[in-house]
Design a protein around this ligand. Structure first.
Ligand code: PLP
Length: 385
């Protein structure tokens, strides 16, 4: 007999409604963004225009060192562009983390690039540099790393491997606006760094992204590929001869997004400080708590951008249920990428990922929370599950 209702999978908890308790995520749109977007909407130019240029300029002054920033329609666009600009071609091989958003891996499918998944470091949830060492060989054309949750990867080791093999590191810093590694900003370290401004990121343009390039020589190519392969500046000068000689995409940001981005950038110091304060409150509140280990709480040589507060917990399902009962949302958020058929399915050389698969968890951390909220979450956790 067919059951009337499908059995719910074990990890499915009722969806929490806004106002019911502490949500896992909440978008942060500064008030000034609303005014700035209104102004754009009342102007003649709402597509890619002067505000995009301004946002790029101010973003690069703040985060890119000597690099050049290119605003795009999403973080995924930025990754795809970075992979193209790194010279990756069909059949090339790259090393990329298994534990990340699918956005890190999916563009390789667009390009026919072969990817080898590197295991996770269970102490940070970032890429395991020792596994990268094992995987790298003469065929490897690039190493991709993700600063998971906003905690920078072991860049010295990754750059050392990359230098040895004369290949680039591509940093997926989707989570890491404002993070630093050994005194350097994420954005000024590798030849390619991308950021995401998707709805729930620390800085949002609704959807959007930024690609930072350290090599200025490839900027004109990047600008063309961002816009169909057309040299837009020549076109605007009226000297465009209408030739396109490379495949381009429609990856530009609009002035509407850039107006939001500029407003977010102007108050980013406060945003980052608030998020980092909440992370520190978790650190204090969970110190010594049994059955839970906060990720990234002990690093002294890098600063956490505190986009996600991640931990390893025992009996995750019971943990989530207990929190949910006390009106606190938690979740896995990201899944090992080899769970997806389209990405080639389950691998058997990722023991660390296997070991933490049932234990990692993301706790709420956003601008609609204060330290008392964090203390409440920690109290619930400390009372056991
Ligand atoms: C690690 C990581 N990389 C890339 C992306 C893609 O960014 P976007 O959603 O802006 O395309 C995301 C998701 O937002 C992400 O979490």
């Amino acid at each position: 007999m067919t059951p009337l209702h499908k059995e719910k999978p074990m990890n499915e908890l009722p969806v929490m409604q806004e106002g019911e308790g502490i949500m896992l995520f909440y978008p942060h749109v500064p008030k000034k963004a609303i005014e700035a977007v209104t102004e754009v909407l009342q102007s003649r130019w709402i597509g890619q225009g002067p505000r995009v240029a301004q946002f790029e300029k101010e973003f690069e002054e703040r985060f890119a060192g000597k690099g050049k920033a290119l605003a795009v329609g999403s973080g995924t666009d930025a990754l795809h562009l970075a992979y193209i600009l790194a010279g990756l071609k069909e059949g090339d091989e790259v090393i990329t983390p298994v534990f990340t958003c699918t956005a890190t891996t999916i563009p390789f499918l667009y390009m026919g690039v072969k990817f080898r998944f590197a295991d996770v470091d269970p102490k940070t949830l970032n890429i395991s540099t020792s596994h990268v060492r094992e995987l790298v060989n003469e065929k490897t054309k690039a190493i991709v790393c993700v600063h998971y949750g906003g905690l920078p990867c072991d860049m010295d080791e990754l750059l050392a491997i990359a230098t040895e093999y004369n290949i680039p590191v591509i940093e997926d810093a989707a989570h890491a606006v404002g993070a630093t590694y050994k005194g350097k900003k994420i954005g000024e370290i590798s030849p390619f760094t991308m950021f995401s401004f998707q709805a729930i990121k620390a800085m949002t343009t609704g959807d959007g992204g930024m690609l930072v390039l350290q090599d200025h020589a490839i900027v004109p190519t990047a600008e063309r590929i961002r816009w169909f392969g057309i040299d837009r500046s020549n076109k605007q000068k009226g000297t465009w001869e209408n030739d396109i000689w490379e495949v381009g995409y429609k990856y530009q940001m609009t002035d509407i997004g850039a107006a939001m981005g500029l407003a977010a950038l102007h108050e980013f110091d406060q945003t980052l400080a608030h998020r980092q304060k909440l992370f520190q409150a978790y650190k204090r509140g969970l110190a010594g708590a049994e059955g839970i280990t906060l990720m990234g709480a002990d690093s002294t040589d890098r600063t956490h951008a505190a986009w996600l507060c991640t931990a390893l917990v025992e009996r995750r399902q019971e943990f989530m249920t207990r929190l949910r009962d006390r009106k606190i949302e938690s979740g896995q958020v990201h899944y090992r990428n080899d769970r997806y058929t389209v990405l080639g399915g389950r691998r058997d050389d990722l023991p660390n990922m296997d070991a933490i698969e049932e234990n990692y968890i993301v706790l709420p951390l956003h601008m609609h929370m204060n330290e008392n909220d964090v203390e409440y979450v920690c109290q619930v956790i400390r009372s056991g599950w």
